[in-house]
Ligand binder design. Structure first.
Ligand SMILES: C[S@@+](CC[C@H](N)C(=O)[O-])C[C@H]1O[C@@H](n2cnc3c(N)ncnc32)[C@H](O)[C@@H]1O
Length: 300
């Protein structure tokens, strides 16, 4: 079952309604017919939220009542992990073979933009012993990029709300023979002591999360002083803006509301929030593509 962060925001007053719908559609169409799943889900949302007025009403509700709380059914396999998912995560997702498959797939992607990924990792591997926390492992492209550059002195910890994504980081660590571990947890309450990582990074992940301010605050808390936060921030066109335009919002209005409901609104929003939590922007690189902008902050 897949529910994205914007859907959670829009259905916050009755989250079980969207979860039950997603479960029903998931049983019917997953994994064989994902196109039907997504088109039926869109139809359901359009029925429930037919007008801009209703859309706005729901944003206002979330702005006041929303919270960094884990709601059931965020994705395939987290708090509602089935036995089959558990088995799959142990026998397939975390296997050496899976690490090899992922790593080969990823290297085809990142070899097309070597300068971009070099800038990203140059800002992550800053010392002789780097303790790296990666947020939002996802499909693991950013994880592969890190692991192919890690030495045996470095340490990798990855977190994702999705259990299978977390286990894929284990597979990549096995394949690259590095000290690394993925764990399933939300980013709003990281299970780590204060000030232990030299770098917190994320490749294209915050854009899919709710409660961005809480995430940046937590990232800062677990970072050593003078540590770095390195974030690849997805281009606006590939985030929530097109969804808002479907309801007649201009880009400016979308930006205003996305910030109000604490969803990702672009790299400028991340810059301004980060400064609130004591992160100073020290470097930046913009790429005219899906990958967007790399922001590098230092903890004051
Ligand atoms: C686009 S993917 C990240 C892509 C990935 N970094 C890569 O390089 O392939 C976004 C990930 O964020 C995770 N996510 C969304 N909300 C989250 C939250 N609140 N806490 C932790 N992970 C979250 C999703 O499960 C998903 O795996």
């Amino acid at each position: 079952m897949v529910i994205n962060a914007l859907t959670e925001v829009l259905f916050w007053s009755d989250i079980s309604k969207i979860i039950n719908n997603a479960k029903k559609l998931g049983e019917k169409y997953f994994p064989d017919n994902p196109e039907m799943y997504f088109s039926e889900k869109d139809k359901f949302i359009k029925q429930e939220i037919p007008t801009k007025e209703e859309f706005l009403h729901r944003l206002e509700y979330y702005e006041k009542n929303g919270s960094p709380k884990w709601v059931g059914g965020r994705n395939d396999s987290c708090d509602d992990l089935s036995f089959n998912d558990l088995k799959k995560s142990i026998t397939e997702s975390a296997s050496l073979k899976q690490g090899e498959v992922l790593s080969k797939r990823h290297s085809l992607i990142y070899s097309k933009r070597p300068g971009f990924w070099k800038f990203y990792t140059d800002n992550i591997f800053i010392g002789k012993e780097n303790t790296i926390l990666e947020l939002t492992i996802g499909a693991g492209l950013g994880t592969s990029v890190l692991m192919q550059r890690m030495s045996d002195k470095d340490l990798y910890m990855g977190v994702d709300i999705d259990f299978i994504c977390a286990k894929q980081a284990d597979a990549l660590a096995k394949y690259h023979k590095v000290n690394g571990l993925g764990i399933a947890t939300s980013l709003w309450n990281l299970p780590f002591d204060d000030g232990i990582f030299s770098v917190v990074c994320s490749d294209n992940g915050l854009d899919e999360c709710r409660e961005i301010p809480t995430i940046l605050k937590e990232a800062t808390r677990v970072l050593k002083s003078n540590g770095k936060v390195v974030l690849i921030c997805r281009d606006k066109e590939n985030s929530w803006y097109p969804e808002f335009r479907k309801y007649g919002f201009s880009n400016e209005d979308a930006e205003y509301w996305l910030s109000k409901v604490r969803l990702y609104a672009g790299s400028e929003q991340i810059e301004s929030l980060a400064s609130k939590y004591g992160l100073r922007l020290v470097s930046k690189r913009e790429e005219k593509s899906y990958y967007g902008t790399i922001l590098v902050f230092e903890k004051q």
